[in-house]
Design a protein around this ligand. Structure first.
Ligand code: GSH
Length: 222
């Protein structure tokens, strides 16, 4: 029997990636919420650190096999479930999809992660205003680069006309960008990809506002 459990936080963009991939692969899974702010951050609890020593979500447990890092989780799912492949067949296509993912995974997300923002506030005496400037700077810079790449790779989706891993990274990043007040109106490719993905069930059901741990005031029916 296959049992999948995802340790997740509704608003985490990296957990959002994992949820989209699980949905595309049509895997039914249980979610265990890890609240990143309550109780000083449940990701820091001893019990959870045994699963994920980096104190981050997501963590996937598949029949007692524990995997963290969203990219590793997504590639694992893609390797064990052949249907709905998340990467193109050719080496160049796969490299381009990974290039897009890494632009987000390494070039945007870590610079704006909760622990970085908390360090800026608590140890570097930064203010909310400076923090917001910091987040906006790195997200905008990253999205401008991404838009340029997508000019040459996108069709209906980020890489041609099939959903790929690149879309799984892009949609949560756009959600975070919106959350921090960044609008993608000037990025026609990102805008198009966002519109085309958000109507798909796999993306709709993974949305932060319809998860088991979504607070009532943010909850929507997809
Ligand atoms: N590279 C990791 C990053 C995971 C990550 O940093 N997740 C964030 C939420 S989006 C987190 O758990 N942060 C906890 C913290 O900063 O304390 C991945 O892709 O899974």
């Amino acid at each position: 029997m296959n049992k999948f459990t995802l340790y997740s936080y509704f608003r985490s963009s990296t957990a959002y990636r994992a949820r989209i991939a699980l949905n595309i692969k049509e895997v039914s899974y249980q979610q265990i919420p890890i609240h990143l702010l309550e109780d000083g951050g449940q990701q820091h609890k001893q019990e959870y650190l045994k699963l994920n020593p980096a104190a981050e979500v997501p963590t996937l447990v598949h029949n007692e096999k524990v995997i963290s890092q969203s990219f590793a989780i997504i590639e694992y799912l893609d390797e064990i479930i052949a249907d709905h492949p998340l990467f193109p067949k050719d080496a160049f296509g796969r490299a381009k999809v990974r290039q897009i993912c890494e632009n987000i995974n390494c070039g945007i997300h870590p610079l704006t992660n909760l622990k970085v923002m908390q360090y800026l506030t608590n140890d570097m005496n930064s203010t909310d205003e400076l923090n917001s400037k910091w987040q906006q700077h790195w997200i905008k810079k990253g999205l401008v680069a991404l838009e340029k790449i997508l000019e040459t790779t996108s069709g209906t989706f980020a890489y041609g006309d099939r959903v790929s891993c690149a879309d799984i990274f892009i949609i949560p990043q756009i959600f975070s960008a919106n959350r921090f007040g960044i609008c993608i109106e000037d990025c026609p490719h990102l805008k198009k990809i966002n519109q085309n993905c958000l109507v798909l069930e796999a993306f709709k059901n993974a949305h932060p506002f319809c998860q088991p741990d979504t607070p009532e005031n943010l909850r929507t029916n997809k």
